[in-house]
Design a protein around this ligand. Structure first.
Ligand SMILES: *Cc1c(COP(=O)(O)O)cnc(C)c1O
Length: 351
């Protein structure tokens, strides 16, 4: 820190992303990326014409992509905003919908960025503890009268709330925005995107990073009532109107045309997850039921941090969180069947 940094940020705790080693030497099961490449047709989107067009600013309204997404969800393009990853959507909505009067609530164990966005915007956050089994209890969020942010399915637990539970939360907080972060919904969750047509206080955030194999492209979006989307656009236009670059737009649009390929990848990942969960249980691991592309596992005889280090020494990266309630756990991204076999073989040797 230099002496020039504003004192406002002296105590800010930054978000720490999972390790991204650049040597590709690890089996990388630590940041929930897809083990499969983007659809074969996507490469055709990166044409000479698109490269030539890089001299121009990208479309600030992101029209083509928003229209394609709107068609997919059966909403109007005025109900969609695109961003530089869903992280940017989250950043915008903390700015737009929280302040000194309107605080924010999210689960005490969830996506680590929520507390950073609350912190940097100086928003009073009230963390709602997960239940003993690491589940979110919908009743805890009813009538809170604060902005609510819930990842569903939740990370890093992998557990999922039903659409009916979410609807109850939305109904009971009519004067507040309820944000549902559906980064992992394609792996077995139930999307509440259709409910955005019924409730003007519901905002659904989604990403191309996980099920659509585009983490490096940085593309996310939010779906909500025209009013909420206009509010987010106000923040976007006041910070970074060209927030999605034109190559990413082209690639994102092309991937929407290959839905079958991504649906099939999700099926493969779910099948690999169920197999890996079963094999890990045979080794004595315990884990909540995952509806995501990761497992959150602990072993009664192995300390979480040490297991992470031992796996890393053997060339396998998983994610360990140094947080009191979940110290025993590691989050293991579902890789290819071959990668999971290597993980299981390594664990069998270790145990
Ligand atoms: C991965 C993840 C995101 C971030 O996604 P990007 O679109 O890559 O910024 C958001 N929320 C949750 C819960 C995630 O796990």
């Amino acid at each position: 820190m230099s002496r020039y940094l504003s004192s406002r940020f002296a105590s800010l705790e930054e978000y720490v992303p999972g390790e991204q080693p650049q040597d590709l030497h690890y089996i990388k099961l630590n940041t929930n990326e897809s083990p499969y490449p983007p659809a074969p047709g996507v490469v055709k989107a990166v044409t000479q014409n698109e490269i030539d067009r890089l001299r121009l600013y990208s479309d600030p309204d992101c029209r083509a992509l928003r229209e394609a997404l709107a068609a997919q969800y059966g909403v109007s393009s005025a109900n969609i905003i695109c961003g530089n990853g869903s992280d940017e959507m989250l950043s915008f909505l903390f700015i737009a919908f929280c302040d000194a009067q309107t605080g924010v609530s999210y689960p005490d164990i969830s996506y680590g960025f929520y507390s950073v966005f609350a912190d940097i915007n100086r928003i009073a956050a009230q963390e709602v503890p997960l239940r003993g089994d690491l589940s979110i209890c919908a009743d805890d969020y009813c009538g809170l009268d604060r902005t609510i942010v819930i990842a569903n399915p939740n990370a890093p637990t992998g557990l999922c709330l039903s659409a009916a539970d979410i609807e109850r939360i939305v109904q009971s907080n009519p004067n507040n925005v309820v944000v549902i972060d559906e980064a992992y919904v394609d792996f077995g969750g139930e999307s509440v995107a259709p409910l955005t047509k019924k409730y003007d206080n519901l905002l659904v955030v989604q990403t191309f990073s996980k099920s659509r194999s585009l983490a490096g492209g940085r593309l996310g979006y939010a779906i909500g009532s025209e009013g909420l989307i206009a509010d987010l656009n106000k923040i976007r236009n006041s910070t970074n109107p060209y927030n999605v670059d034109s190559l990413t737009k082209a690639v994102g649009l092309a991937s929407l045309e290959e839905q079958d390929y991504y649906d099939n990848n999700c099926k493969k990942i779910v099948a690999t997850r169920e197999y890996a969960a079963q094999e890990l249980q045979k080794l004595g691991f315990e884990m909540p039921e995952s509806k995501t592309n990761f497992l959150f596992a602990r072993h009664p005889k192995l300390a979480g941090k040490q297991l992470y280090l031992d796996l890393k020494a053997r060339g396998i990266l998983v994610r360990h969180f140094d947080m009191p309630r979940i110290l025993d756990y590691n989050r293991i991204t579902i890789g290819t069947p071959e990668q999971m076999e290597t993980l299981l073989k390594t664990l069998r040797e270790m145990i």
